[in-house]
Design a protein around this ligand. Structure first.
Ligand code: DX5
Ligand code: ZN
Length: 221
């Protein structure tokens, strides 16, 4: 199985973000958490900061928008060249239209679901997406424990993606460690966001390699 590792810079040293991006250059993309203090009770950075960081990053950007009114704000992240832009289903009025707009701007379109949001209402729109993100913690903060209760949803989403024939990356985000990544991969996830387990390690490259190895070791069905 090909698995993708996306470290989240939410756990990086904010005074050194350029260097912190270079430190994860062996990963597949950098996960950039945009929070507005409304959709989630935390605030990070917005478009001008993301645009500048993108210019110095050695790897692609996977932007995770935890913001209200995604229909209005998400397209600008695609327009500044972010390779992948993920909005929350709970924050979009017209998710199909938004996904099409993102793809027309040259980005991959991702849609995220909070832990308690069902995947079933969205199964018919999988072909509109490049990525489906199943949150494995409540969005807002790094360093939380992986919610095992999300595993059946990951399995159902993986089966729906396979059944649809569409090429959709199944991403998980929150509480991913060398231990929990095995469970998520076994359930069918193919892309793994990891904040504290990568940036909290002494050797970031080794942490990324360790996650890759652990995901690859998961039994497949
Ligand atoms: C949480 C963010 C995550 C966060 C994950 O709302 O979306 O991307 O950085 O951090 P860890 O891996 O520490 O749970
Ligand atoms: Zn995230």
């Amino acid at each position: 199985m090909t698995c993708l590792i996306h470290p989240s810079i939410l756990s990086a040293d904010f005074s050194q973000l350029g260097k912190e991006l270079t430190a994860i250059s062996t990963a597949d993309a950098a996960h950039i958490d945009v929070m507005d203090g409304h959709f989630v009770p935390n605030l990070t950075w917005g478009l001008p900061v993301v645009k500048r960081l993108k210019e110095v990053s050695p790897i692609p950007f996977d932007v995770h928008l935890m913001i209200e009114d995604a229909d209005r704000w998400a397209p600008a992240y695609a327009e500044v060249g972010c390779e992948s832009v993920t909005f929350h289903a709970e924050a979009a009025i017209a998710p199909i239209k938004l996904a099409r707009t993102l793809r027309e701007s040259g980005a991959k379109a991702g849609m995220a679901l909070r832990p308690a949001t069902g995947v079933e209402p969205y199964m018919d729109m999988l072909s509109e997406l490049n990525m489906l993100l199943i949150m494995t913690v409540e969005p807002g903060f790094g360093g939380q424990a992986f919610l095992n209760v999300t595993l059946p949803k990951i399995k159902r989403a993986a089966a729906a993606i396979e059944g649809s024939g569409a090429e959709v990356i199944l991403q998980v985000d929150g509480g991913i460690t060398e231990e929990t990544i095995v469970r998520a991969a076994e359930a069918g996830a193919t892309c793994f966001v990891a904040g504290s387990s990568v940036y909290g390690a002494d050797d970031l490259e080794a942490a990324i390699a360790g996650l890759r190895r652990a995901a690859a070791s998961a039994p497949t069905h």
